[in-house]
Ligand binder design. Structure first.
Ligand SMILES: Cc1cc2nc3c(=O)[nH]c(=O)nc-3n(C[C@H](O)[C@H](O)[C@H](O)COP(=O)(O)O)c2cc1C
Length: 178
């Protein structure tokens, strides 16, 4: 699969085979994600790996939004994506660098998430990014360091479905050539 095929083949996968993802493969995914670009190469994105059954059960039962319960219940692996605070979007002297303030944190985490998801696609794994969860509850559950902001969850595993691609807008609908 070349890069463009990988980009187009990636789908959000919400059903997984009951097969664990080996830690070497998880490390391969994080190895790819760390090559995502980041604000001033600040490298602030962090990955907490949840793959123990009791942790995933607790996450599904109490810490994600109802829409995501069935995903976490059958996923063999969930990444908690976080970002070290006061790096993305900041000058080295601690001042915010642009009018977008801290939102570059989300940007960096997004670039890292997509890189991880593409690497997973290449390795035959499925993923889905999840944005609906109990942020404070998960931060406490995983013992997230105080200086990190929780950003997103990414479920991952060997796919047990092959969903059709949801529609995208045509290029002509979204481009403006000036
Ligand atoms: C920031 C973000 C948050 C998302 N949150 C959820 C979520 O909470 N639950 C879910 O099932 N899918 C979630 N998704 C997946 C989208 O629904 C999905 O990417 C979109 O429908 C397009 O489908 P595709 O990824 O297969 O191309 C999220 C995606 C993004 C980028």
């Amino acid at each position: 699969m070349n890069t463009l095929e990988c980009i187009k083949n990636r789908r959000s996968i919400r059903r997984y085979l009951p097969q664990k993802v080996p830690h070497e493969v998880i490390e391969q995914l994080i190895d790819a994600a760390r090559w995502a670009p980041s604000w001033n190469n600040c490298k602030a994105v962090r990955y907490t790996v949840l793959d123990k059954d009791e942790h995933l059960q607790e996450l599904a039962d109490t810490l994600v939004a109802p829409v995501n319960i069935h995903i976490v219940k059958n996923a063999p692996l969930v990444f908690v994506i976080s970002n070290v605070k006061k790096r993305s979007g900041y000058e080295r002297d601690g001042r915010l660098a642009t009018s977008k303030g801290e939102s570059w944190e989300m940007f960096d985490a997004g670039a890292a998430c997509q890189t991880l998801c593409l690497a997973a696609t290449q390795l035959g794994l499925g993923t889905v990014i999840m944005g609906a969860f109990d942020e404070k509850g998960i931060a406490k559950f995983i013992g997230l360091p105080e200086n990190e902001e929780m950003i997103a969850l990414v479920a991952c595993g060997y796919p047990n479905e092959a969903p059709k691609a949801p529609r995208r807008k045509e290029v002509a609908e979204i481009v403006r050539f000036l």
